[in-house]
Design a protein around this ligand. Structure first.
Ligand code: MEV
Length: 450
């Protein structure tokens, strides 16, 4: 069947101008057309509206077609000692064990000197991707001859950033005809100070492309050399020159205070676990996912773009040509050293950082960090998360900690009261937390027979 005919059979499910409807009208329409007109859904959606219409309006306007809010928990991981300063770190995440693990491992490392985080570099990058059909050397000489125009003609855009100490760092022609015939890039590097810089960079790149096209087309190059196709202008979320390194270290004998754990053996197994994540992409993916459990939660709580940070981290993990662990370990001269190098491009000004009330709260709680401090904090949380995951994996197994939180989730679903929660927790202290076992025990507690 032709697609149009197929759609016209469900005409009432298709709408033009949805974005122009009021919020109420949008809800009414989806309820009628997709939810059998069941009014309980209207109530559900409205029950998640903020009671203060002014606050709700802020959220409504973040995106198009907002009909309600979607909550995820906002938790705190206290006791993060990072560069000799203590932080209470805000984390927005739905996965039950993440904040618990971050807190536990923050305290663990606090007693061992804390996290040492250093920003290595802060350069951002973007490209005008274009096609050109002449000789590379001709193009190179031409771009060298007009390069200053890119700086001079964008002064209006760069003025404020220059005043803050940032701006365009360099502009270079990159020959990518090895990948695709006639494919070149005008590659620009930037310092964007406390801004993540996406708007700044993209505005500049679009202006660069116009200058490039104008200059080539109005030049006295040959007719063939005057042909240029601007494919697109966009920053790259891969920022291998915007790097933070975070490290913890301690004597091997300090690695655990659990008498059941032999520290030497633990250190060895830990090293093996990192090695496995380095050589085996199946493991590396899960290993790095655990790191991003911590990173994303802080990135979201501080109003930054977690998709950009994740995409960048995963590309960086593949920089050798194979996807590998983002963290590293060294056991030498009786000391355990564990570190991570991460490209993290975040901002502490602009975007959501000034608009979202909870994001503003996160910054207040963190003592209003600048973007470098925030990179340092984020890397520490990622490292703490990874340490906790590997420690569990090579000792007790991951389920023990996970299931403790899982137990609470099951009990919440069952509507358990405080007393029932305590009794169930006590009962399952030395047992496997299986959904059916929890339900059965809960029923016994309440004297409910099937
Ligand atoms: C679960 O969200 C994260 C872990 O799987 C990470 C890891 O395996 O290292 C526990």
């Amino acid at each position: 069947m032709h697609l149009e005919n197929k759609y016209s059979m469900q005409n009432n499910k298709i709408i033009k101008g949805f974005s122009k409807l009021s919020k109420e009208a949008k809800i009414e329409w989806i309820t009628k057309e997709y939810l059998n007109d069941e009014k309980e859904y209207v109530n559900l959606l409205k029950s998640y509206w903020h009671e203060d219409p002014k606050v709700q309006k802020i959220h409504d306007e973040f995106i198009e077609n907002t009909i309600t809010n979607f909550y995820i928990p906002f938790g705190i991981a206290p006791n993060f000692l990072i560069n000799n300063k203590v932080y209470c770190v805000p984390m927005a995440i739905e996965e039950s064990s993440v904040v618990a693990a971050a807190s536990k491992n923050a305290s663990f490392w606090m007693e061992r000197g804390g996290f040492k985080s250093t920003v290595v570099s802060t350069t951002k990058i973007g490209h005008v991707h274009f096609a050109w059909y002449g000789d590379y050397e001709v193009l190179k000489n031409f771009i060298d001859s007009i390069k200053q125009k890119f700086f001079d003609e964008t002064k209006q855009i760069t003025k404020n950033m220059n005043e803050r100490g940032g701006g365009i760092l360099e502009i270079e022609l990159i020959n990518r005809a090895d990948l695709e015939p006639n494919y070149y890039q005008l590659q620009a590097k930037f310092e964007t100070c406390d801004a993540m810089g996406a708007n700044f960079i993209n505005s500049l790149l679009e202006k660069f492309s116009k200058i490039l096209k104008r200059e080539i087309e109005s030049s006295n190059l040959s007719e063939n050399d005057k042909k240029i196709v601007i494919i697109m202008c966009i920053l790259s979320n891969y920022t291998p020159e915007c790097i933070v390194r975070c490290e913890v270290n301690c004597g091997i004998e300090e690695l655990s205070n659990d008498p059941n754990i032999n520290n030497e053996e633990f250190a060895k197994k830990f090293e093996q676990a990192i090695h496995v994540a380095n050589i085996e992409p199946y493991r590396a993916t899960t290993h790095n996912k655990g790191i991003f459990n911590g990173i994303d939660a802080v990135v979201i709580a501080t109003g930054n773009d977690f998709r950009a940070v994740e995409a960048c981290g995963h590309t960086y993990a593949s920089k050798s040509g194979q996807y590998r662990s983002l963290s590293n370990v060294e056991i030498k001269d009786g000391r355990f050293r564990f570190w991570i190098d991460l490209p993290i491009s975040v901002g502490t000004v602009g975007g959501l950082t000034t608009l979202h009330p909870m994001v503003r709260f996160s910054y207040k709680l963190l003592g209003n960090p600048n973007s470098k401090n925030l990179m340092e904090i984020i890397a520490a949380v990622g490292l703490a998360q990874n340490f906790g995951a590997i420690r569990s994996l090579v000792t007790t197994g991951i389920q023990k900690g996970h299931m403790k939180m899982h137990l609470l989730n099951i009990l919440n679903q069952l509507g358990a009261d405080k007393n029932e929660v305590e009794k169930t927790k006590e009962y399952f202290k030395d047992k496997v937390v299986e959904h059916s076992a929890v339900v059965n025990y809960f029923k016994e507690l309440r004297n409910i027979s099937n």
